[in-house]
Design a protein around this ligand. Sequence first.
Ligand code: SF4
Length: 462
Amino acid sequence: MAETTVLGVPSVRTPRLPARTGLSYHIRTFGCQMNEHDSERISGLLAADGMVASSDVESADVIVLNTCTIRENADNKLYGYLGALRALKKDRPGLKILVGGCSAQKDGDLVIERAPWVDVVFGTHNVHRVVELIDHADEWGPVTEIWEETSSAEDFPSYLPVQRETPHSAWVTIAIGCDNSCTFCIVPAVRGREISRRVGDVIGEVKTLAAEGVTEVTLLGQNVNSYGRDLELNGRSPVFADLLRQVGAVEGVRRVRYTSPHPKDFREDVATAMAETPEVCEQLHLPLQSGSDHILAAMHRGYNRDRFLSRLAMARSIVPKLSVSTDVIVGFPGETEDDFVATLEVVEAARFDQAFTFQFSPRPGTVAAEMDCQIPKHVVQERFERLVALQRGISLEKNEAMVGDVEEVLVEGPSKKNPAMTTARTRGNKPVHAPGEYAPGAYLEMEITAAAPHHLVGRVLP
Ligand code: SF4
């Protein structure tokens, strides 16, 4: 088994001459927006080292798997994928295989033990070290580097070069880590404690992006509402509502979005900032997780159903036309039929535009994984189908109510399903497909002509 070296690699911040000109890289991203954002940074670093992106994994010289560990099958997916790469490595020994992200942070050395053809394992706070770690693997063999202690604001990946998927839209990290302790969640263990980025750094990045032609920015954090609690500015902690206003005021920015808020910290000042800052879109993602107070307590969510519904009502009363999405977990340990019915009741009452629904999966290292009363798979599946059916009807009803409306949309590009159609997004973050070809990044007025549960159809107005 190859020797792995940990944390020995010298760190260089000053840009260096490209050392891998002409080589190609392929990045496969699993999981959330945080990972997508990190992958844009990894892509920027490899391109700065002279490499070109390749959509073809078979011919790439460097393959990066940016992993997620939020659900059980995520780990299985990783090791399944690594198994498939083994043959490629056998045929091309010079190929470099890198594993980053949350599974890498969680498993560390174990990744190389289980897949000794992997060259580099890097943690969630070690994105900036990717090129040096490849150098190290070239010289000394396989290397693992994950973070032990949560780092500092200095380690925000924001100064790194970036290769964005879409030139007109950008993610902007405002905080990393999470101080909450939801019993089903592995994030605090793999992304560390909350660290907010200084206001000036965030605004500085947004100004740079706007100067590069970005018109839509999405502020990223595990719990954006607690932004700034660890910072001090003029004797007080900056708050998220102020940051929203300041980002909206940056010249050239037309749309501001953010993800993810926590219902227990969602306050009126944020809703008011959304309503009073035209650039901030009328879109809110408010994760419910369960509608049962008994389960919410076992999840350690810090709110009950009435408080959740009152926060939702508050937001809707302040922000007109607010489009709301949520997350719901089915089958949490100890969930009775009554608990599940309570979830259906809240979903029924809340009328979400969209819901991301998940079946509970025990994550090693979380409190919930050790809980008794794990629910049998067939029961979870049956409940999951009832929830999906209910929400599907509500989403369709909400979208049908928009038929005849005129919406400002931002063009993303040709529809993936039908290239004769264009896909765009409303301010409520709903995908709309319309006939014709329009430039990505263009803002258009569209009349909504038809609706489906997960998308709208429209026609572009002259
Ligand atoms: S708020 Fe809860 S679910 Fe969200 S990242 Fe933090 S611990 Fe996980």
